[in-house]
Each structure stands twice: as C-alpha cells, then as structure tokens.
Design a protein around this ligand. Structure first.
Ligand SMILES: [Zn+2]
Ligand SMILES: [Zn+2]
Length: 70
C-alpha cells in the first residue's frame, strides 16, 4: 500500500476559515494529502482514511482535567 500518485486528482482545497474536516474532506496518512472522496479507503493507496482530527480525544481529556480543578 503506497502512494501511486492518483490521489492528486481528488485533492481537496479549503476556503479560508474552514478546516478540511469541517468540509468533509478526508486525510490519507500514507499519501499525506486531503482528498474529496466518499469512500472509507483512499482511491490511490487503498489505505483507511482519517475523517476526524487526531487531537479530539486529547482535547477532551484536557477539558476533563480543567473541570476537575475548578
Ligand atoms: Zn496517493
Ligand atoms: Zn492514499
């Protein structure tokens, strides 16, 4: 499973103020690119696509720590 270069056809662009995830774009960590694609696997390398930011769970934990201190 490696990048074959076809992902560039699906490359997604953002408007200012919006993140890729807000616009429904998905990230392929193998190709290191954001793409517009309805499937759950990359059309290029067939690897699972990431649909949410990695930091979500970390941010939630931070919130819990803050709340417990108040
Ligand atoms: Zn690729
Ligand atoms: Zn890919």
């Amino acid at each position: 499973m490696t990048c074959r270069g076809t992902c560039i056809r699906y490359k997604a662009k953002t408007n200012s103020g919006n993140t890729h995830y807000e616009l429904g774009h998905k990230r392929c960590t193998t190709c290191d690119i954001f793409i517009k694609w309805d499937g759950i696997h990359c059309p290029c390398c067939n690897f699972s696509l990431r649909t949410r930011p990695r930091s979500t769970s970390g941010r939630h934990q931070l919130l819990l720590v803050r709340q417990s201190k108040q």
